[in-house]
Design a protein around this ligand. Sequence first.
Ligand SMILES: Nc1nc2c(ncn2[C@@H]2O[C@H](COP(=O)(O)OP(=O)(O)OP(=O)(O)O)[C@@H](O)[C@H]2O)c(=O)[nH]1
Ligand SMILES: [Mg+2]
Length: 210
Amino acid sequence: MDSAAWTPPPESAYVAETVRRSAKILVVGPAGVGKTTFVDTMSEIVPLHTEESLTSASEAVDDLHLTPAKTTTTVALDFGRRTLNDQLVLYLFGTPGQQRFTYLWRTLANGALGALVLADTRRLADSFDVMDQVEELGVPYAIAVNAFDSAPLHSVADLREALDPQPDTPVAVCDARDVGSCTRVLIDLVEHVLLASTSGRHAADPTVRS
Ligand SMILES: Nc1nc2c(ncn2[C@@H]2O[C@H](COP(=O)(O)OP(=O)(O)OP(=O)(O)O)[C@@H](O)[C@H]2O)c(=O)[nH]1
Ligand SMILES: [Mg+2]
């Protein structure tokens, strides 16, 4: 290798020295709800994507009328990293949203400490199946309603009633393109996971860094 051509990676490429714990977090939800956008927004490293072009062959199965600008779909995973505080780093795994890939993200859920289920107010019911799957896998989760510009706005109380999760499941609204609101829903999720683990309902605990 030509060492003269090598440039060191930026500081942010490495996990900070102070970080003691890490956690795998799934970002799940129906197709086109903004999972890849969320991972992109939150990742402090260049995220990994596995996007493939949507073709006319999938028109009959993929309903994309709510996201007409969308030209690609995730076929395996998105991966990003976010340091949430001095001591905790989150590894974000965005899943594919198309139903035909459900088997794949159920495998991806191995070792996940928590899941963020994204929803869209124009089709809240599309997230029910994902909520069921995550519950079945025993992964604690929070719900983040991604506020698309053209989507109707509802209060969190109304959203909770419509989504009907467990009473202690956090529900919040975010904009998948906005770091501030995405950070808040991730903090809600981590707090929920830690509370669930201290109350003994889930054995999950962030992995200690050696
Ligand atoms: N207006 C608006 N558009 C968004 C938002 N989040 C995502 N989008 C757009 O909506 C489309 C879908 O976003 P993706 O992030 O690819 O959705 P996804 O859930 O990863 O989709 P799949 O991988 O196909 O399941 C893209 O065209 C985004 O630019 C949002 O918060 N507001
Ligand atoms: Mg995607």
